[in-house]
Design a protein around this ligand. Sequence first.
Ligand SMILES: [Fe+2]
Ligand SMILES: [Fe+2]
Length: 334
Amino acid sequence: MPADHLPPASSGGAAPREAAPGEDERLAAFDALIAADQRIEPTDWMPPAYRKALVRQMSQHAHSEIIGMQPEGNWITRAPSLKRKAILMAKVQDEAGHGLYLYSAAETLGTTRDEMLDALHSGKAKYSSIFNYLAPSWADMGSIGWLVDGAAIANQVPLCRASYGPYGRAMVRICKEESFHQRQGFEILLALMNGTDEQRAMAQESVNRWYAPALMMFGPPDGESPNSRQSMAWKIKRFSNDELRQRFVDMIVPQAEILGVTFPDPDLRWNEERGHHDFGELDWDEFHAVLRGNGQANALRLAKRNAAHAEGAWVREAARAYAERTATSERIAS
Ligand SMILES: [Fe+2]
Ligand SMILES: [Fe+2]
């Protein structure tokens, strides 16, 4: 019925049907939710660009979690004691869990897990460049936990308040586990620093290699980070790359003093005026080279991930067959 033929609401007839909100109204409702610091949920209308940005960020995040299992998974059999093996195994399993929460959260945006994994396996999707560095020494398990998981925490704690509900909620649990990861890394280095000269040298050598790549995990400087501003306007991201990097440096300097390790940066010093540590310029050419695929382990990580996916085909087939059988027997029972 055309709108102008609807009976007036007071006539006792059917109440007038509300016109479907137009694009402008839906956008205004979305903007109002964001402005009020409310959560956007999967069934809410959202601008296509917001959905796209979330799929990109959440799937990259999920990929980073599962690719990040490789450098540490590689050390489980060689961890120096049963206790260290058990801790490392638990940590690597946590990272698999983080991947699962994040893929599930990203699926609520209408992208399938197969699509996301295809993008990863074909090399189209990115993951955190930090995992394209090799981890040749046991001390690297310490540096990864302390610095890499530490940077992840600095990045992820504000994401617990991300405007997209499923993402923020997944991050709450992930952050709790990340703080255990950081402590176990710190404790590995502390044990080495309390050990022999050789062990201390091993710890320092490892910290020297991971310091700058960990700082680069926050992404390029603010002036060169095109997506950041929009992401902050949508309240997905709450702080800029440079702000988070500064926080991280301020956090790890006193921790390094407790450990007795130094950072390979001659410009690193406390700035009384700013109330923060100054630090040297990072090698952004290296960052972009690793991002383009020319890091130490890009090809290795991708080949291993593809092989692991192929080896897991029987599990996916078995799960599908089981789900079909269960559905059939439920149909027969009803
Ligand atoms: Fe994680
Ligand atoms: Fe972690």
